[in-house]
Design a protein around this ligand. Structure first.
Ligand SMILES: *Cc1c(COP(=O)(O)O)cnc(C)c1O
Length: 487
């Protein structure tokens, strides 16, 4: 008898494959456990960048060899957000639990578009938990997406469909769509404007309302803008408040926004990309009062929630309105009362993605294994460290605080005694020096026209010693930079 032709992608030698898999798991566990021994970030040497480039491989390479390439050429040159010295932008740190959960999800290779399968039930469990966390009704729906940028775009599409009726999906925006106007603050993330662009409404239909001294949307200016637009025959339809602005971590007055939205019959959306999960922390949740009145909330489990990338989420108060914007009745996705095609509605009815990964599993494992109390403590601790850094900045005459610290983001700068020195350029260079030092990685932003060193403390591994290391490096490099800048 002839041997069957065996041409699958599974290993010929499972024993050897298991041994190699275990080495790969061990290497990643070593990486996370010993992360402090590495620089936060290091520049990619030219020879590594070039060596990695090669033509499309036609023949096979052993898994062990590919793994070695990863270990030497990829792993050491990542962004560094696993490292406790990472305070740049707003990046989550991930956890070992999330990491191994990703492996389980990859092994199952579940497609979460829909169908009658338990993985979809895992995603529905997260939806129920998020309803509970945010005080949303049982009629609320939710769906995993890549990130808050996508969730914000989807919220604009839902609000547009509510404003114009579902015929907008066949007829397009038309004259009525051209009258729609949306509102957010000047401190809102750039993806709100992008959402207006991508949805066809146009960024010119977004009013960017000024902020007050606490970097919150100015409610009076908002009301005036709405009145002026109505006067001009336009149709206000959407307000995006922010819970945790990306530059300084400010939280809009969400209750006041809810009042305005209700009075003016506008869709009330909240960009809570990183801040919304502050609901997990009893000392932070009161700052988010009013979030329970939103029509929709966009947020990321991959930031303060510490779930590995990516895990964005959109929660919508009324599932029927959410589905009206996305569900598509096509024959090949027909639902049945029984069998694998049952279990409607499906996640694909709540967004533009049909094939979708199992983001829910790493999120479920993270919440289940750590529990909300512990995850909330991590969030509180990042805010406590931010207040510590704020105090340290205020205690050093060479340092200047540039924005009030509402949550976990501290914006400050080094000031030079010599007034002829360009302080913006000193601080810009100082941050690049810090990155290259591998000690700490803050980022920069502009606050009231001044270039700021921005420390966003999101990482559950960050401790007082990491804040002290940042401070002492800033003081040393700042002094040297001011000195050379004055020459
Ligand atoms: C990070 C962030 C976003 C973008 O979220 P992604 O997950 O990167 O798409 C939007 N808004 C705010 C306030 C953010 O902090």
């Amino acid at each position: 008898m002839q041997k069957p032709v065996f041409n699958s992608l599974d290993p010929d030698d499972w024993v050897a494959f298991r041994a190699q898999s275990h080495r790969m798991l061990e290497d990643m566990l070593d990486y996370v456990e010993n992360i402090r021994q590495r620089p936060v970030w290091q520049p990619i040497p030219d020879e590594i960048r070039h060596h990695f480039q090669e033509p499309l491989p036609h023949s096979a390479t052993s898994l062990a060899a590919a793994h070695q390439t990863f270990m030497h050429e990829v792993l050491p040159y990542a962004v560094g957000n696993v490292h406790p010295g990472f305070m740049g932008w707003v990046h989550g740190a991930g956890t070992p639990v999330g990491m191994v959960a990703e492996m389980l999800a990859a092994g199952l290779n579940a497609n979460l578009g829909g169908r009658n399968q338990m993985p979809v039930e895992v995603e529905r469990q997260i939806v129920r938990w998020m309803r509970e966390l945010f005080g949303f009704p049982d009629s609320a729906s939710g769906v995993f997406v890549t990130g808050t940028s996508m969730a914000n775009l989807m919220s604009v599409l839902v609000a547009r469909t509510v404003a114009l009726g579902s015929t907008v999906r066949q007829e397009g925006l038309g004259d009525r769509g051209a009258q729609l106007v949306a509102y957010t603050s000047t401190a809102a993330h750039g993806c709100i404007a992008q959402a207006m662009d991508l949805s066809g409404l146009g960024t010119a239909a977004l009013r960017r309302i000024p902020t007050n001294a606490r970097h919150q949307i100015d409610i009076e200016a908002l009301e005036l803008a709405i009145a002026a637009d109505r006067q001009a025959g336009l149709r206000p339809f959407f307000i995006a408040g922010t819970a945790g602005t990306v530059d300084v971590g400010a939280v809009d007055d969400l209750t006041a926004l809810a009042e305005v939205a209700q009075r003016e019959s506008l869709w009330f959306h909240i960009d809570g990309a990183y801040g919304a999960l502050g609901m997990l922390a009893p000392d932070i949740a009161p700052l988010l009062a009013g979030i329970e009145r939103a029509d929709s909330i966009a947020f990321d489990f991959h930031k303060w929630g510490q779930v590995p990338y990516d895990a964005g989420f959109l929660l919508v108060r009324e599932a029927s309105q959410h589905m009206d914007a996305f569900a598509a009745p096509v024959a090949y996705l027909r639902r049945e009362a029984r069998g694998l095609a049952g279990g409607s509605p499906w996640p694909c009815d709540f967004g533009p993605d049909l094939s979708r990964g199992f983001r829910a599993l790493k999120t479920w494992f993270t919440i289940k294994v750590y529990g909300t109390e512990k995850l909330g403590q991590v969030i509180s601790e990042t805010c406590r460290l931010a207040r510590y850094l704020e105090q340290q900045v205020q205690a050093h005459a060479e340092l200047e605080l540039l924005a009030p610290v509402a949550l976990n983001i501290v914006c400050f700068r080094y000031r030079c005694a010599d007034e002829s020195v360009d302080v913006d350029s000193v601080n810009r260079e100082l941050v690049a020096d810090l990155h290259e030092s591998g000690i700490a990685v803050p980022s920069t932003t502009t606050v009231d026209g001044k270039l700021a060193i921005r420390a966003a403390i999101v990482n559950h591994r960050t401790g007082v010693q990491d804040i002290d290391a940042l401070l002492s490096a800033v003081l040393t490099i700042g002094a040297a930079r001011c000195h050379s800048g004055a020459q």
